[in-house]
Design a binder for this molecule. Structure first.
Ligand code: GRF
Length: 216
């Protein structure tokens, strides 16, 4: 945990990384606005200057910055400058540098639009994920929130929630249902990690993981 990690009662300081439109960012901002005192988004950073997520951040009065995805030292310095406790990936399409995953070990989360460890890994994002789920014949899909390590989509799972794959589903219809699920699930999991109710134990297992919004 970074040395500046806040005392137990101060709201956790969240840094969000996003590459795209940022609908998950928006859901996170709304959740913490409605649940004050748990966590505050203090920084939104993107590898793309034109990312919609940066516009959403500026509209909300939050610091917005462009980062070079491979420059771990610069990214770490940026998060340090904003005293970030928890790093939240929300549609961030680049691998996180080891300098960041190490410094924020157990304090980095990602959301993936399928039930990991299936349908994840390099190149599995967006429409491709849902097309692969439908092609597989799986009857359920869902959203996964996991702790992030140096590999794509492989860190310990903090929460999963399912949706049915409906006959006649297209990648677009399935994507829309899963995205709505993400908007509900992700902020709650972030809140639980921020308060320590969900945590990554020293042995690499997750304590307090959620199925949907029910506790295990
Ligand atoms: C979401 O489906 C998320 O699971 C994936 O990227 C998408 C981001 O969407 N990692 P948005 O930018 O939050 O709208």
């Amino acid at each position: 945990m970074p040395a500046h990690a806040s005392s137990r009662h101060a709201p956790a300081r969240i840094g969000v990384l996003a590459s795209g439109g940022g609908s998950n960012l928006q859901a996170i901002l709304e959740y913490f606005r409605e649940h004050p005192g748990v966590a505050d988004v203090v920084l939104v950073a993107s590898n793309k200057a034109e990312a919609g997520a940066l516009d959403r951040a500026r509209a909300a009065g939050i610091a917005a910055d462009v980062v070079s995805p491979a420059d771990g030292a610069a990214m770490r310095a940026l998060f340090d400058a904003h005293r970030v406790d928890l790093v939240v990936l929300a549609g961030y399409l680049k691998l996180l540098p080891a300098a960041v995953t190490r410094a924020w070990h157990g304090r980095v989360l990602n959301v993936h639009p399928a039930l990991l460890p299936s349908f994840g890994g390099p190149g599995m994002y967006g429409r491709r994920v849902h097309a692969a789920v439908i092609a597989s014949g799986a009857l359920v899909s869902g959203a996964t929130v996991h702790f992030v390590d140096e590999l794509y989509d492989r860190g310990p799972i903090a929460a999963q929630e399912t949706v049915a794959v409906i006959p006649g589903d297209t990648p677009e219809t399935l994507a829309a249902r899963v995205l709505a699920l993400e908007h509900h699930l992700y902020p709650r999991v972030i809140a639980d990690v921020a308060t320590g109710r969900i945590r990554l134990a020293d042995d690499g297992h997750v304590v307090g993981a959620l199925i949907g919004t029910a506790s295990l």
